[in-house]
Design a protein around this ligand. Structure first.
Ligand code: RM4
Ligand code: MN
Ligand code: MN
Length: 413
């Protein structure tokens, strides 16, 4: 895209926005400071239960994963952090990894424990981890989480994300109430080991890998447990972890109302936990979610800074780096659109019961082409005008394949 085209479209948009009383520079600053973490497991080919098709040039180790995120950070300026999954990403040399991340200007976002797999563990999680009927298995799972905290402390992380696959496949398989109690007790032990300046992000998911019952299936169960843990435990919303047609923006509003929103895992889905690129299927829903987020922060329900942002997607068809560039762009666009909502007008419509007017206000913001703002925020931060174009022009994937090989496989699912 030519630079002068960008300048012209930015000029036209700022005229339009200032007519609505909005300050373009203020918006650009806000967009520029919004950073979204990238998970270490999203840089290789994602598998399904039917197989996995390699992409070529996948990162072979943690250093190479950091290099990929460093590239994203440099060209998009929309990410400045990595979220590690243990045991997939145990650093062999902590100092080296810290140095590498610092050189690439990358922070360590929340650490993810993994008790949905049990590779290398003496006891199996086949029948559950933190919820297991066997106290020794629960102990092993608690200790794994404590180890993850220790690794995270060394790296400078400030959060532990817990997602549990625990549940059952058949009626009668599990004692539903006891499983919840054991899970709560296990999490209480983990919470005791949480440093004072850390938070615990408790993720929920209705089904998969278990299909009859999941111990923490929804935001309500997660919130109930968090309340029993303490104020540093909050609910993590993964956009793909809802039954079809769930009103996610309402969940966001409710959690913010209770100061209980820990953070986000961005992705998109058509049916279940599809882990598709954010904004590729339901961009209007993403916009409405951001409307609740920006409004909740503006009205001081919960501070913006207290919420963690991360992409959690799986790339089975696209080049992961291209997909992440697209996702970072979509998220920034949804955020920018939520910032141009005429709040006063909307409040007025709500007071007067003007349903038509309220819809007009939201649609007006949603249909505003905010891309010039997002581009300008990126350029002013030192990023590329067109990151995807740059990635293709520079033949980054081809270079990765030459350097790393065609059949490399990154750790992950
Ligand atoms: C789960 C959940 C977790 C992620 C794993 C890989 O469905 O979304 O956040 O760590 O997948
Ligand atoms: Mn997730
Ligand atoms: Mn998921």
């Amino acid at each position: 895209m030519p630079t002068d085209f960008h300048q012209k479209s930015l000029f036209l948009l700022s005229e339009q926005l200032s007519a609505r009383g909005l300050d373009t520079n203020f918006l650009i600053q806000k967009i520029a400071s919004f950073q979204i973490a990238v998970p270490s497991w999203a840089l290789g080919a994602g598998g399904t239960r039917f197989g996995r098709f390699l992409i070529g040039g996948e990162p072979r180790n943690l250093e190479e994963k950091l290099e990929d995120i460093g590239l994203l950070a440099r060209i998009t300026k929309r990410t400045d952090a990595v979220s590690l999954h243990i045991p997939w990403d145990i650093p062999q040399d902590v100092q080296l990894i810290k140095q590498k991340a610092a050189d690439l200007h990358i922070r360590f976002d929340a650490m993810n424990s993994n008790t949905f797999q049990d590779y290398g563990q003496p006891l199996t999680y086949k029948m559950g981890s933190l919820s297991n009927a066997d106290p020794n298995i629960r102990k092993q799972a608690v200790e794994h989480n404590l180890l993850v905290i220790e690794i995270g402390k060394e790296l400078g992380s400030k959060g532990l994300t817990v997602w549990l696959a625990d549940g059952s496949n058949f009626p009668g398989q599990a004692h539903i109430r006891k499983a919840l109690q054991w899970t709560t007790e296990s999490l209480q032990e983990i919470y005791v080991g949480l440093p004072a300046d850390w938070k615990l992000l408790l993720e929920y998911k209705p089904y998969e890998p278990n299909f009859y019952h999941t111990v923490i299936p929804d935001w309500g169960t997660s919130a109930l447990i968090c309340r029993q843990l303490g104020e540093r435990a909050k609910v993590l919303v993964d956009l793909g972890h809802h039954l079809p047609n769930t009103n996610i923006e309402q969940i966001v509003a409710t959690l913010m109302h209770q100061n209980m929103l820990a953070g986000f895992h961005f992705n998109d889905s058509k049916y279940g936990d599809d882990d598709l690129s954010t904004g590729s299927i339901k961009p209007y829903q993403l916009f409405l979610i951001f409307c609740e987020l920006t409004n909740g922060a503006e009205e001081k329900a919960q501070t913006w800074e207290s919420i963690s942002w991360m992409i959690d997607a799986s790339h089975t068809t696209k080049d992961p780096l291209e997909d992440l560039i697209q996702a970072l762009e979509s998220i920034s666009q949804a955020y920018a659109k939520s910032l141009v909502v005429d709040r006063n007008q909307l409040n007025q419509c709500q007071l007067e019961g003007d349903v038509v007017g309220a819809q007009e206000v939201l649609q007006d913001a949603f249909l505003t082409d905010v891309r010039p703002l997002v581009r300008e925020a990126r350029i002013q931060s030192g990023g590329e005008l067109d990151p995807l174009g740059y990635y293709r022009r520079e033949k980054i994937r081809e270079k990765r394949i030459l350097q790393r090989g065609k059949n490399t496989q990154a750790s992950g699912l």
